[in-house]
Design a protein around this ligand. Structure first.
Ligand code: ZN
Ligand code: ZN
Length: 137
């Protein structure tokens, strides 16, 4: 039986699933998120590694050192190039970071905070949520 939350890349070659309901869902305007996603911000959350199951595909893993100086692995679909999840995070051990766009059913999963607002572009409206200039401490 599939887990509660299912997700996939754009072409469907890479699929993964997990049961944990996302709680710490952040909209992040930092430069890494802008560059990695190609958008103004990225909306993501953490899933415990032991609940995260890759069910199909072989993501291509690229190691990257973030602006914070901490390492992480970006996992891409080798067919369509979509970034599907981020693993091996030095700053969040035993967590896999998932972006909201990869979910099959993102309805009801809403951000709870906004961070790195110092880098929010001026056309992007502030959300009615707790906001942090940088990383929430
Ligand atoms: Zn794909
Ligand atoms: Zn970010």
């Amino acid at each position: 039986m599939a887990k509660k939350h299912t997700a996939q890349c754009a072409c469907g070659a890479v699929k993964f699933e997990f049961n944990t309901d996302p709680t710490f869902i952040a909209v992040c305007h930092c430069l890494d998120c802008k560059k990695a996603s190609g958008g103004e911000a990225a909306t993501f959350f953490g899933v415990p590694e032991d609940d995260f199951t890759l069910i199909s595909g072989e993501p291509k893993v690229l190691h990257y050192t973030a602006q914070s100086g901490k390492g992480l692995d970006r996992n891409f679909c080798p067919n369509c190039g979509a970034r599907v999840f981020t693993s091996n995070l030095e700053s969040f051990p035993e967590m896999v970071f998932v972006t909201i766009g990869s979910l099959d059913n993102p309805e009801g999963i809403k951000p709870v905070l906004e961070m790195f607002t110092k880098r929010r572009l001026d056309w992007a409206k502030p959300l009615d949520l707790p906001r942090f200039e940088n990383m929430p401490s």
